[in-house]
Design a protein around this ligand. Sequence first.
Ligand code: FE
Ligand code: FE
Length: 190
Amino acid sequence: MKIMGQNIEEMVRQKLEPKRFNHSKNVAKSAVQLANYYGVDEQKAYVCGILHDVMKNASDDEQLKIIEISGEKMTPLEKANKKLWHAISGAGYIKTVLKITDTEIISAVRCHTTAKANMTMLEKILYIADYISEDRDFDGVEDMRKKAFSNIDEAVFEGTQFSIMELAKRHMPIHPNTVEAYNEMCAKLI
Ligand code: FE
Ligand code: FE
């Protein structure tokens, strides 16, 4: 797939460490599989997957600059948590540098770390593809892979639950969007 005459995969490869690039290819692959399964545009899913971590190895300065230029707004909690920056700067990068205008793609990248309530199927697909990609081996990943292809909401529920518990264990703040996604799935599934 080409953007502005440039091979998108090659462009991502140049911005990422080999391990992170490999992860991005795996997420794109899982996203395409989920897209086919759920009847979502596979090209969009591929673009989301390959680009989702494009700013992960960029410096703080580069990230802050792109966030500012792109007009993306950060809440105080986001500002204070550098781990959340790459999703926001990633959305900014694909808007301002790659000139991608598809708001669904931009939004999926923007919420890929925290999730949020009322996600579109594409947003859920990216969030879950990031959990179940081939390079992941956490306890319970097989169960999550099964859920991803039976009821993606259950997989989102499990992903947000996992994330909330891990952050709480480490005494780290929890993004309200993650709590809202968790509560939404809770009400829907139980
Ligand atoms: Fe990420
Ligand atoms: Fe990722």
